[in-house]
Design a binder for this molecule. Structure first.
Ligand code: DAU
Length: 343
């Protein structure tokens, strides 16, 4: 392993992985390959952009020629795939892009990697492939897939392709399934950065339904470390859960954010629920722990640091919250907030 292509490396979790790898592993060249959709952001890579072992190529995993060109130019022997459409609400509004990137693009990337004889292929997936987890069950890697949104169905489809390439062609693949990730540089459409940045501007926080949905919160540095552990030590053909081990109701997270910012609870608006909304995600991650990884961040402290980061880095999110973002905000929230107002 020498030249590692990190697809989607300008996104939230991908860029955290890149920042860690560039700094901790000068023996590897890290080649970011990113389509630079709305969620890709060069600002996320500012801390490493001048490093001697960092390279950048703009491209789409669904573009065979661009992928092939990057493999050739940089002598790629390892791929870590973060490239994906990731936001559940956007997948409900328009599923096409999710199938295109997360399934069709996935296949093109896998096929090109297989033809080139890439030595190791790590694919970053999600706990959402397990679907809604009832009672007090915690998902383990052999549990069946029951995805409920176009997003999670597309991630499950992508993962099944990875499995097929391992079984059919003997590719050296590893899959990771991470839980809800939070931290600096997260596009402000996801719960934590959305609510923090909205509250900072004294705007309403649209909590879906009763807010009693449960998510397992994982700090982005822990997520990136988990992917690195799977890359270095994971067994070929295996999947590894990366859990934060901090289950919280959404409403608890919302109260906590408001408290940290000293903002009033009257900003909370209970709006009509997300369609097909999974109530609970929960996973065990003993398999990854056996490789020497464990989450380092306590949620309360991690959230406090994260809130501080958004408070101190308004330059980063203010320029995002314009144009396309505002269009999306209107499509997703205008009717919901109006309905909440009427109720
Ligand atoms: O579980 C891992 C997954 O976590 C990743 O695979 C996804 O890419 C990532 O988007 C995330 O999915 P969620 O749907 O859980 O994350 P999101 O931040 O959109 O929502 C977290 C919870 O907060 C969820 O129960 C919906 C709720 N929510 C979210 C938003 C944006 C609200 O109540 N109001 C909101 O405005």
């Amino acid at each position: 392993m020498k030249n590692i292509m990190v697809t989607g490396g300008a996104g939230f979790i991908g860029s955290a992985f890149v920042r860690q790898m560039v700094k901790q592993h000068p023996e590897f060249t890290i080649v970011v390959f990113d389509k630079m959709t709305y969620a890709g952001n060069m600002d996320n890579l500012l801390p490493v952009k001048d490093a001697a072992n960092f390279r950048f190529e703009q491209g789409d995993i669904a573009d065979r020629e661009a992928v092939h060109h990057t493999f050739e130019t940089h002598g790629i022997d390892t791929v870590v795939n973060f490239a994906a459409e990731t936001h559940v609400d956007r997948s409900i509004l328009s599923p096409d892009a999710f199938i295109f990137s997360n399934v069709v693009g996935m296949n093109i990337l896998l096929e090109t990697a297989h033809k080139r004889g890439v030595e190791r292929f790590v694919h970053v997936s999600t706990d959402e492939v397990y679907g809604d987890i009832e009672g007090d069950h915690f998902s383990v890697e052999d549990d069946s897939f029951k995805p409920n949104s176009p997003y999670s169905a597309s991630k499950a489809g992508g993962e099944l392709l990875v499995r097929a390439y391992h079984v059919t062609y003997g590719m050296n693949t590893v899959v990771t399934r991470g839980s809800n990730t939070y931290g600096p540089y997260q596009y402000p459409e996801k719960l934590v950065p959305f609510f923090v940045t909205e509250a900072l501007e004294d705007r309403p926080l649209p909590v879906y339904g009763d807010g009693k949905q449960i998510r397992d919160w994982l700090h982005v540095e822990d997520h990136a470390g988990g992917v690195a552990a799977a890359l270095m030590h994971g067994q070929a053909g295996q999947a590894y859960n990366i859990a934060g081990e901090h289950l919280r109701h959404n409403i608890e997270v919302t109260y906590r954010i408001l408290k940290l910012l000293g903002k009033p609870e009257t900003l909370i608006k209970h709006v009509p629920d997300r369609e097909g909304h999974d109530r609970r995600y929960a996973m065990r991650c003993d398999k990854l722990k056996a490789l020497g990884w464990k989450p380092q961040y306590d949620f309360e402290h991690g959230l406090e640091m994260t809130v501080d980061w958004y408070r101190n880095n308004a330059w980063w999110w203010r320029k995002i919250k314009t144009g396309e973002y505002l269009e999306y905000y209107k499509r997703q929230y205008a009717a919901r907030l109006a309905a909440a107002q009427q109720a």
